[in-house]
Design a protein around this ligand. Structure first.
Ligand code: ZN
Length: 503
């Protein structure tokens, strides 16, 4: 191919433009890394995270946790819209204007029943039976906010155009907020989204992960009667729950192996001598995107059959959430990975390694201490290994999204367990949070300043969307179950406050 002198010049100019863009990005990224490395900054966000850890607020009850993040972002000049998508604890914090629009996901809810004293290596609840941060969402919401603030500082200093948005997403542990946030249009016009999760390693991820899921409460209504005097006059709603569960347990054998299904019985009557006229069972019904709806129909039939068999009524089918698998963008993960490789693993102190080893010993795991090296970006596994779910799946089908896993959790600590709660507080957790914030902030700078990279990400997404167009699994009338954790939090807030860790 021959180039005219004019096109040669054009190529040279374009080449220089790309080189200067990437040199500028290096300078701007160094600026955010330096800012985040300052001792006061590490400490400021570490304390915010510890505070949210102490609140230990369950899904849709994260009033203090979301307020703390909102205040932090507002103080830095972010404009915050609150109470979005029908959830009082959902928010979007925005800085800047115009394209590109880069989103960062922030979570902050805790899990029930796993309260634990921080930095302990044996099971020691802080408040017996109370909630605890056993998935590190205290660190994630804070790291996302720290990253956005760091990126904003660079935008100001270097006059970087575009918008940065923090998506305050409640109730991730219950997989609730994102399908509603998508339905409310909160992600419209967002060019790319950075997701994050705590981990024992430091790396990025792409490909299809986890399971899609329905979270549904099936309620039955019957008739009360004296359990001994005239049981024939009663119709037991609890019988319906039990028969439904027997049916679904037989159904398991004929479901594809990708499925997961589990339930609890939130209501099953109050006294054995009164035939219960009200009972309900709460199911998580999980499978791949293409198998979920069929599985849900079959579980629904088990509920209908149980009502028929017991002469009760299937009085309510309350779908609280319905979500997709996550489909994460490769080009975005590669961008994240390049930043992670540069940032490297935090340096753990001898005490931190010792803590890790003691915890590993207690859990019967290999006593290797903390992870020392960052992970390589691996291709997704070709066999299905999912099982769990994350509600950011819906976001991945609306706009290109990938996940940064940041360190801080002791390798071998168990998710949704006291051992994880013990890790998510204090210096070790702060270092992980800081590393995560650095990876997110540098990736945000890349996305804001390197249009070619963003275009590559968006092109991949456009191609993928042809095969995977988004359609919500949420029924039209579904609404977030705002009161689901109200009673539990009412019970535990005073006890958690009384037992607060004072540094
Ligand atoms: Zn989580």
């Amino acid at each position: 191919m021959k180039f005219s002198p004019f096109s040669k010049n054009l190529i040279a100019v374009l080449f220089l433009l790309i080189v200067s863009q990437s040199l500028n990005a290096q300078k701007q990224k160094k600026y955010v890394l330096d800012w985040l490395s300052q001792h006061e900054v590490v400490e400021e966000f570490g304390k915010i995270s510890d505070e949210i850890w102490s609140f230990a607020e369950l899904g849709l009850q994260e009033f203090k946790s979301s307020a703390l993040l909102i205040n932090t972002l507002e103080k830095e000049g972010f404009k915050v819209e609150k109470g979005l998508a029908g959830m009082p604890t959902c928010f979007v914090a925005t800085y800047g204007s115009g394209k590109p629009v880069i989103g960062i996901l922030a979570e902050y809810d805790a899990l029930p029943m796993i309260s634990q004293n921080p930095r302990t290596t044996t099971k020691q609840p802080l408040v017996e039976g109370a909630p605890g941060h056993g998935c590190g969402h205290n660190l994630m919401g804070t790291a996302a906010s720290a990253a956005a603030i760091a990126a904003k500082k660079a935008m100001e200093k270097y006059d970087i155009k575009g918008t940065i948005k923090v998506f305050g997403s409640p109730a991730e542990e219950m997989l609730i907020s994102r399908p509603y946030m998508v339905r409310a249009g909160l992600f419209d016009g967002v060019d790319a989204v950075i997701n994050n999760h705590t981990s024992s390693d430091f790396g990025a991820r792409y490909g299809v992960n986890g399971n899609a899921m329905y979270s549904v409460i099936f309620s039955f209504s019957g008739k009360t009667a004296h359990g001994a005097g005239a049981p024939w006059a009663g119709r037991s709603a609890l019988d319906a729950v039990e028969i439904m569960n027997i049916s679904t347990n037989f159904l398991r054998e004929h479901l594809f192996y990708t499925h997961r299904m589990h339930y609890v019985i939130p209501k099953g009557g109050e006294a054995p001598n009164v035939v219960p006229d009200k009972a309900s069972v709460w199911y998580f019904i999980r499978n791949t995107d293409d198998r979920l709806e069929d599985m849900y129909e079959r579980v629904l039939n088990c509920a209908k059959g149980a009502a028929l068999a017991t002469g009760t009524e299937l009085s309510e089918i309350k779908v609280m959430t319905a979500i997709h698998q996550s489909h994460e963008n490769k080009a975005l993960a590669e961008l994240m990975d390049a930043n992670i490789q540069q940032i490297g693993m935090p340096e753990w102190t001898v005490e931190e390694h010792e803590f890790a080893k003691a915890l590993q010993k207690e859990l019967g795991k290999k006593e290797n201490g903390m992870s020392k090296e960052v992970s390589k970006l691996n291709a997704p596994k070709s066999v299905f290994t999912g099982g769990g779910s994350s509600d950011h799946g819906d976001v991945t089908l609306i706009t290109p999204t990938s996940t940064i896993r940041f360190p801080g959790v002791v390798p071998g600590a168990i998710g949704h367990n006291w051992s994880n709660v013990a890790c998510n507080y204090g210096s070790l957790a702060w270092k992980g949070l800081n590393a995560g914030a650095k990876a997110m902030a540098t990736t945000a700078i890349d996305l804001l300043t390197q249009p070619k990279e963003l275009q590559k990400i968006r092109d991949e997404f456009k191609e993928y969307s042809k095969e995977h167009p988004y359609k919500t699994f949420l029924p039209k009338d579904a609404v977030p179950p705002l009161d689901i954790n109200e009673e539990l939090m009412k019970k535990y807030i005073p006890l958690l406050e009384k037992n607060r860790i004072e540094e």
